[in-house]
Design a protein around this ligand. Structure first.
Ligand SMILES: Cc1cc2nc3c(=O)[nH]c(=O)nc-3n(C[C@H](O)[C@H](O)[C@H](O)COP(=O)(O)OP(=O)(O)OC[C@H]3O[C@@H](n4cnc5c(N)ncnc54)[C@H](O)[C@@H]3O)c2cc1C
Ligand code: FES
Length: 282
């Protein structure tokens, strides 16, 4: 049974006008490889840009007009005026197809979709934690925190310095950028969660919210650290998706609702959830 629909959710079916209005053809205007396997794509997408909120995603058609593949969910990395920026990590057919599109291509997408971050949680100081391609939705979140005059501190982790990307972009919107690499090739040697814990143990600063996106083990650890310090925490989770619009139930995640364990849809009630309600390990 679906949970009691957290913040931002509506119960409507897929054919509600909301989704019809969110079908778009957008033009790819820039494509840049930022690491060996991550490509930054910029689209001219005024209608999507107008509606997009930090933490939402786009459901992108891959394989061309006549191909029949499931759409692939990709987070909104940034919105700059009427342009929409995505970061795509090559892991399989769909992400390779997308990263290989030449500039000038028309791309079919549905979006923005899902429930994003609640930046009103941020208060005066917040920590924004990213790991790997999980930094995807965090640039636009940090930009919106800066616009609200409550810029966040960005803590990012990767295996090596070569895995880190867009640090200059993050520096331009964050109050501070703290880096951890597993091999010590840049910043703190160790896990990003160690940096998070030491930042929270520094009593000269008082953080009011934590936002995170990255691999699930990292999100679980961030969630436990936030609970230990009594700080509200929101995380963006991933799930395999089919419809992307709340109908097929292929993306469900366990959550606590009114004291019982139920299922929420990552594509609709999420992908961003308050860690108070998430049940890990399903
Ligand atoms: C809400 C959301 C936001 C996302 N944002 C981004 C983003 O900003 N940039 C980005 O590059 N990717 C993002 N992803 C992941 C991306 O959707 C998948 O990597 C993509 O769908 C894989 O498609 P593919 O055809 O390239 O790979 P496939 O050939 O389908 O799969 C290749 C491998 O990747 C694994 N995989 C496929 N989908 C997922 C998934 N959703 N989560 C974890 N592993 C998966 C498969 O199990 C397989 O091992 C996001 C996923 C979600 C749910
Ligand atoms: S992907 Fe279909 S309900 Fe979420």
């Amino acid at each position: 049974m679906l949970a009691g629909l957290p913040r931002g959710a509506t119960k409507g079916p897929c054919w509600e006008p909301e989704f019809v209005n969110r079908l778009h053809q957008v033009e790819l205007i820039e494509s840049t490889a930022v690491t060996a396997d991550v490509t930054r794509l910029v689209f001219s997408a005024p209608e999507v840009a107008k509606l997009a909120r930090p933490g939402q995603f786009l459901h992108v058609k891959v394989g061309g007009e006549d191909a029949f593949y499931l759409r692939r969910p990709i987070s909104i990395h940034d919105v700059i005026e009427d342009r929409m920026v995505l970061l795509v990590r090559r892991v399989g057919y769909g992400t390779n197809w997308l990263a290989d599109r030449p500039v000038g291509s028309a791309i079919d997408l549905i979006g923005p979709l899902g429930t994003g971050f609640d930046s009103t949680l941020a208060g005066a100081q917040s920590l924004v934690v990213g790991g790997g391609i999980g930094c995807g939705p965090l640039l636009y979140l940090l930009r919106s925190l800066k616009v609200r005059e409550t810029p966040g501190t960005y803590i990012v982790g990767g295996r090596h310095a070569a895995d880190l990307f867009s640090i200059e972009d993050f520096s331009s919107v964050a109050k501070d950028v703290l880096i951890a690499t597993d091999d010590g090739s840049q910043g703190h040697k160790g896990l990003v969660t160690e940096l998070l814990a030491s930042e929270l143990n520094d009593t000269s600063r008082k953080y009011e919210a934590i936002f995170a996106c990255g691999p699930e083990p990292m999100l679980k650890a961030v969630s436990a650290i936030a609970a230990e310090h009594g700080i509200p925490c929101e995380v963006s989770v991933e799930a395999l998706m089919a419809c992307g619009i709340g109908v097929c139930l292929s993306c469900v995640h366990k959550a606590q609702v009114d004291g019982s364990t139920e299922y929420v849809r990552v594509c609709k009630e999420g992908p961003v959830f308050n860690t108070r309600s998430l049940v890990w390990g399903n």
